[in-house]
Ligand binder design. Structure first.
Ligand code: UTP
Length: 287
């Protein structure tokens, strides 16, 4: 089934400069937990245990985060602070972590193509960690894995956005084949205002079948000279089938300052403060 999750995390995160000058955007914390850890936990909850991370220059802290820190652990052993490391320890033991560097930042499609060596020949999932998704019953990735088992084709997660925001997203149109599930017939990356085919915007969760790699290899750079995953998915949709799943749950665009603040407030009130763990260390939640 879906056993691997690819995390494209090589971007510069320019909207958060200067914070992201030397710190990866994916390591920015929502309360006390870095964005990427929320994504990894969502993948684990979906039954996925191999995390494949596409990194870039200066992103060593991503690797360090999913590794032991013997000095620190020795220092706090036996104190009540040990509980603060429980979640990340469990995450580290529940999954494997492999890394590959994207040599040039040529867009999300290029980052996914870079990950081919790590994900291999099977269908895989993709999480953009700066989209934080939370759903108490079943995480967004788990919802998509369930759908993949039935339909066996690429699936994108979509959300309705206001019309004046469609230009920030890849936008799909398609026929609703069952409740909240669409068969994609068109897909446009960041359409000009007023030209979007619908208000269903693609967010940072995908399940991709491995033929996407060959399509990406032949995809010519689109907007801003970047290889767009949307262009490759549109070809897949035209040649075969791509589904769009209007997911259940909340999504925060933590790549923008406003979304990041909103996510922080939400997680502080609904996860951190309601935690029953000692000194509120746990941010355990279903995604
Ligand atoms: P974004 O465009 O949202 O991220 O890419 P960014 O470029 O880092 O942010 P800004 O716009 O400059 O603030 C979506 C995801 O794709 C990854 C990013 O790390 C992010 O997780 N990405 C993007 C890559 O890994 N490589 C790329 O070449 C581009």
């Amino acid at each position: 089934m879906i056993k691997k999750c690819l995390f494209p995390a090589a971007g510069y995160g320019t909207r958060f400069l200067p914070a992201t000058k030397s710190m990866p955007k994916e390591m920015m914390p929502i309360v006390n937990k870095p964005l990427i850890e929320y994504g990894v936990d969502e993948a684990i909850q979906a039954g996925i245990n191999a995390m494949c991370i596409v990194t870039g220059r200066g992103k060593y802290s991503l690797m360090d985060h999913f590794d032991k820190n013997y000095e620190l652990e020795h220092q706090i052993r036996g104190t009540n602070k040990e509980a603060l490391l429980e979640d990340i320890r469990a995450t580290i033991y529940a999954a494997s972590f492999t890394y590959i560097r994207q040599k040039e930042m040529c867009g999300l499609g290029h980052a996914i193509l870079t990950g081919q060596e790590l994900v291999g020949d099977d269908a895989f999932s993709v999480v953009l960690a700066d989209d934080l998704c939370i759903n108490q019953e079943q995480g967004v990735l788990a919802q998509m894995v369930t759908l993949y088992k039935q339909f066996r084709c690429s699936i994108v997660a979509v959300e309705e956005v206001p019309e004046n925001e469609t230009h920030k997203y890849g936008v799909i149109s398609g026929q609703e084949i069952k409740h909240d599930l669409f068969r994609v017939d068109n897909m446009v990356e960041k359409p000009e205002l007023g030209t979007a085919p619908s208000n269903l915007a693609i967010i940072g969760r995908y399940i991709l079948t491995p033929d996407i790699f060959e399509i990406l290899e032949h995809t010519v750079p689109g907007k801003n000279g970047e290889i767009q995953i949307t262009d490759a998915l549109l070809k897949q949709a035209k040649d075969g089938c791509v589904l769009a799943h209007k997911f259940k749950g909340k999504r925060f665009d933590c790549g923008s300052v406003e979304g990041f603040i909103e996510a922080t407030n939400y997680c502080y009130e609904n996860i951190y403060l309601t935690s029953d763990a000692p000194n509120q260390s746990h941010t355990t939640v279903k995604y």
